[in-house]
Write a protein that binds this ligand. Sequence first.
Ligand SMILES: [Zn+2]
Ligand SMILES: [Zn+2]
Length: 284
Amino acid sequence: MQQKKVIRTNYHTHSLFCDGNSEPEAYIKQALKNNFLALGFSAHAPLPFENTWSLAHADLETYCHTIRRLRTNYRSQIEIFLSLEIDYIPGVSVDFAVMQRRHKLDYMLGAVHLVKNPSGEGYWFIDGPRSNYDNGLKSIFGNDIRRGVETYFAQVNEMLSTQKPDIVAHFDKIKMNNQGRYFQESEPWYQKLLSHTIEVIAKNHCIVEVNTRGIYTGKFDGLYPGVEALGQCFELGIPITVSADAHNPADLNAHFAETEQILKDIGYRSIKVLKNNKWIDWEI
Ligand SMILES: [Zn+2]
Ligand SMILES: [Zn+2]
């Protein structure tokens, strides 16, 4: 039987430095077993307030040093990349370009997990347990889901146009904790927000991450972004990567084979891989 080509990279990986469950080297060993070409570490960048899931400010240098050391140690077997998943919070987060220069990051993943209260203090934490989503929606947006979702996408759009991350992570993650309770993804106002963000992505030449984490954790029965949105990305010629958003070495290629088939059905024939500081096409 002819050997099937498979996705052999993952650029979205969380280790013990943030909310992952293993030392970085355990992910590398698993990546080698998976026959990966490359593995990128993307700890949650430090945040200006205490939390349980991001890298601590005090650990940032050690994190960078550790990943660079591993890159050298494994150079002959696999390419290791240093990155951060940086949360964009208007007026609060450090400029992405400054972060990249300061820490010599190979690439940047941009994400919005915390929607800034447009009229006061506090954040709507859209990830994590469902109770966070429900409580924030109530306390910050008075349960006005449309205003909450509009604020989320406005923050994503502002990140794309002002920070220009190499990769935009799970850009429709706002749907995860909704689960059809406050809105339906088929509603025209939601579809319009999604389409507009896809246009902003195209305009700013960002790579869209196709993220499988919802499926293998059972938190959302579909990809981030969904198949319909990916169809629009394809129409606009937006390049993609596939990532597991791994928090455990066993996650590294979770649901990749099925995702590859979905992408081929949409029309995609290649994904982006990082080679010599350039994102090049890798045939799938
Ligand atoms: Zn994330
Ligand atoms: Zn992540």
